[in-house]
Ligand binder design. Sequence first.
Ligand SMILES: *Cc1c(COP(=O)(O)O)cnc(C)c1O
Length: 413
Amino acid sequence: MTLQNYDPAIANSLQAELDRQREGLEMIPSENFVSPAVLEALGSIATNKYSEGYPGKRYYGGCENIDVIEQLAIDRAKKIFGAQHVNVQPLSGAPANIAAYEALLEHGDTILGMDLSHGGHLTHGHPVTQSSKIYNFVRYKTDAQGLIDLDNLRAMAIEHKPKLILVGYSAYSREIDYAGIKQIANEVGALTMADMAHIAGLIAGGQMNNPVPIFDLVTTTTHKTLRGPRGGMILCKAKHAKAVNKAVFPGLQGGPHENVIAAKAVAFKEALEPEFKIYAAQIKKNAKILEQEFLARDYKLMFGGTDNHLLLIDVTNKGLSGKEADHALDAAGITVNKNMIPDDPRSPMDPSGIRLGTPAITTRGMKEDEMKIIAGWIDEAIINWQNPKKLANIRASVKELTKKFPLYRELKY
Ligand SMILES: *Cc1c(COP(=O)(O)O)cnc(C)c1O
């Protein structure tokens, strides 16, 4: 029996969501569209199998096919990033980070991580998280130019003697000097961890610095620029392999989601293709065009611009808040997210900024010409945020444009 026959409520909602994805401009920088092959592996019968343990060392029988799948995912990830060891079982980015801390640290140890409003992630020590109650997080910030000041980082590292220095961000738009940070860590005897959740695809495509050969440990999601299924992964030096594996299972998780791991393996195969380099380069080119278009229209770009796939924009000089801009753009068929700016004077639920990026619209095939048109629409929507008719007009134009870039052509629920 098909899903539509058995459970029309779910099927219809999935169809509505597919239509929404097709007809809008998805510009949340952490989102993407997986390939049909990734989708097929994700929806496969591998979901039926219990396989606690690791390839060749399982607590369940019947794992011979699952072992092949998981080993392929591991080997491909190693090849993409030049890693000595990879664990593909973390269920998502947040649990990957928790397992990484557990693998490297004792409870109570000090971690030097970036402040959330400056682009860090909740899991990097925000007071609302469980990790912040277990470890002693000290937070660094970007400087007045919006860059990471290594002299300040060194001074903080000498003062606080962290066991771990943590880089890798959710809203930061600049390149990261991993070698410079590793140097500071060596000076104070700290371990190094990079969370490349947002930029893993850009690194895989050779478009940004790769922390994997330099740092002790690197965590990532697999569903952002890397364009795989929703999930996480840990890459590390061989000397941390045992601790990492034990921290993921049995430390934190039970049975791995082998359907997701199969889909990760497919996405990693795609990331090894020459086309993926072109994709990653186009993500950056598209973000650069948006940067230029917004600067020309007097938008206030945080960190001075972008070296990656995203822009963090303070919209308050346009007479509205981040939440109001987010809502106006939604009405115009353009999905972004409201976001704090560094040391935001406003609240997290109604901050000063919006964050937007190019990974998903680049997957759809959009290039420089479309970016110029889209930047114009975003500006128009922000200027006319209180004019529902104008916003509806933009939405109609957005829908017209998206028809030229079909998404999941054959799919129907
Ligand atoms: C997205 C993100 C995460 C969390 O990933 P989830 O899959 O949502 O748990 C962790 N770290 C950074 C830097 C991120 O951007």
